[in-house]
Design a protein around this ligand. Structure first.
Ligand SMILES: C[S@@+](CC[C@H](N)C(=O)[O-])C[C@H]1O[C@@H](n2cnc3c(N)ncnc32)[C@H](O)[C@@H]1O
Length: 232
């Protein structure tokens, strides 16, 4: 038997990223700009970004809504999936983060299709409804997790049958299964998960992930067509 250390989850991410994601100077520059501006490194991993991109393409998304922009790393992945004439709106509470995201989207050549809106997500969602901005084909929830239950309700108002809702960081090192947790983010993702399971006309699952971002996971929901097989 070899004495070589067993690969760790981060090694697997590195392998997957090398084989299936590839080098991307635009995304690397986006992360470098974020680091130089002192933003926290809470962006999705490259293979997760590509998963979001593929989901948007599989769905044929023409309108995408993101909650939680940070430096626009996941935004770039999602906006690149849009066809000509497609549109993405991303919501970010922190003005200085939004500024970095705008610079990143501009450098990625996506400023014409990706709009960064600064402010708290809840009022921004109400404004989107008031202006008739939806329906969105894909919603990515990646802001303050304690508000995920409200964000789910808004997502359902702003989507249509066939739309996809993705939520990041829903496992939190296993805390999802901890009913006694007093962490508001854990309570938020538990309530979100329970609401997802109890909402008629939505089919959902959640998957645990390990990798360079540690032990976490994502939830995936499909807004069913009326009467769809498998609809809850
Ligand atoms: C995990 S980061 C987003 C990462 C980004 N989606 C990516 O993968 O590149 C979460 C972001 O949500 C923002 N945020 C937190 N609470 C918010 C709120 N109530 N409304 C809007 N944005 C919020 C934070 O400022 C932060 O930039």
């Amino acid at each position: 038997m070899s004495d070589a250390p067993r690969p760790a989850p981060a090694d697997v991410d590195a392998y997957i990223n090398a084989q299936l994601v590839g080098a991307d100077p635009v995304l690397d520059a986006a992360l470098a700009r974020a680091a130089a501006a002192g933003l926290p490194a809470h962006d999705v991993a490259p293979n997760q970004g590509k998963l979001l991109h593929l989901l948007a393409r599989i769905r044929g998304a023409r309108a995408i809504l993101e909650l939680g922009t940070l430096a626009g790393y996941s935004t770039i992945w999602l906006a690149r999936a849009l066809p000509s004439g497609g549109r993405l709106i991303t919501l970010e509470a922190e003005p200085s983060y939004a500024e970095v995201a705008r610079a990143n989207l501009s450098a990625a050549g996506l400023a014409d299709r990706a709009e960064v809106r600064v402010g708290e997500a809840l009022p921004a969602l109400a404004a989107l409804e008031a202006e008739g901005a939806g329906p969105f084909d894909l919603v990515f929830l990646d802001a303050d997790k304690q508000r995920n239950p409200e964000y789910l309700e808004w997502s359902l108002r702003l989507t249509r049958p066939g739309s996809v809702i993705v939520a990041d960081n829903v496992v939190r090192e296993g805390e999802l299964a901890n009913a006694a947790s007093e962490d508001p983010r854990v309570r938020g993702i538990r309530r979100f998960t329970e609401l997802l399971g109890a909402t008629p006309g939505v089919s959902a699952t959640a998957i645990q992930t390990v990798g360079q971002k540690g032990w976490d996971g994502l939830a995936l929901a499909l807004v069913d067509e009326p009467g769809a097989v498998g609809s809850r």
